[in-house]
Design a protein around this ligand. Structure first.
Ligand SMILES: Cc1cc2nc3c(=O)[nH]c(=O)nc-3n(C[C@H](O)[C@H](O)[C@H](O)COP(=O)(O)O)c2cc1C
Length: 172
């Protein structure tokens, strides 16, 4: 596990190679295995492999999502706020499970923040995406995880990256 954590980096450049069905299936198994407060399981996932849809999604906010148009796949991670008051936490854990399983599969990922982000001064990134993928307004979107084969290598972290002063023992 730790090796995987050191290795994982945000990847924003992808090759055109599609993701094998078995790999995507295991990634979604990981998403569905994420823990959930009070076993409410509020998360909903939209897996997008159609290039035209990912192109539309890449325009969901002015900055930080453009690279999605070149990703083989994206997963919209959303939650039903009526099912859980902590859908954000549940969705964040599921998103992380997706990223780590994808890394294990030799794929690259990047989290694209959607919650609290704007498409333009009149529309939220969330409502723009809801229109693109026919998602009802009561399903709230946390993030899109872009996934694909890495185009080039990005160095992993080593121990010098660890800010050990952030760890407080017994008292802050
Ligand atoms: C909550 C969250 C939101 C993020 N949003 C974006 C985003 O919208 N666009 C983007 O390109 N990267 C986004 N990232 C990726 C971060 O920029 C990245 O994790 C950070 O620079 C550290 O780099 P690393 O992931 O390679 O370790 C996000 C990461 C997190 C955890």
């Amino acid at each position: 596990m730790l090796e995987l954590f050191y290795q994982r980096r945000s990847i924003r450049k992808f090759t055109d190679k599609p993701i094998e069905t078995e790999k995507l299936d295991r990634i979604m198994q990981a998403a569905l295995l994420a823990p959930s407060s009070k076993s409410a399981y509020p998360c909903e996932f939209v897996v997008v492999e159609q290039k035209e849809i990912n192109e539309k999604l890449s325009a969901c906010k002015p900055l930080g999502a453009g690279f999605l148009k070149n990703a083989a796949c994206s997963i919209i991670v959303a939650g039903d706020a009526d099912k859980s008051d902590v859908w954000i936490e549940d969705c964040a854990i599921a998103s992380t499970f997706i990223q780590l399983q994808a890394e294990k599969e030799g794929l690259g990922t990047c989290w694209i923040q959607i919650r609290e982000r704007e498409y333009n001064d009149k529309q939220s990134a969330e409502s723009y995406i809801q229109e693109v993928v026919n998602m009802p307004a009561n399903i709230k979107i946390l993030a899109i995880i872009a996934i694909g084969y890495k185009d080039g290598e990005k160095a992993g972290r080593d121990e010098s990256f660890l800010k050990k002063e952030k760890i407080h023992i017994n008292s802050f």
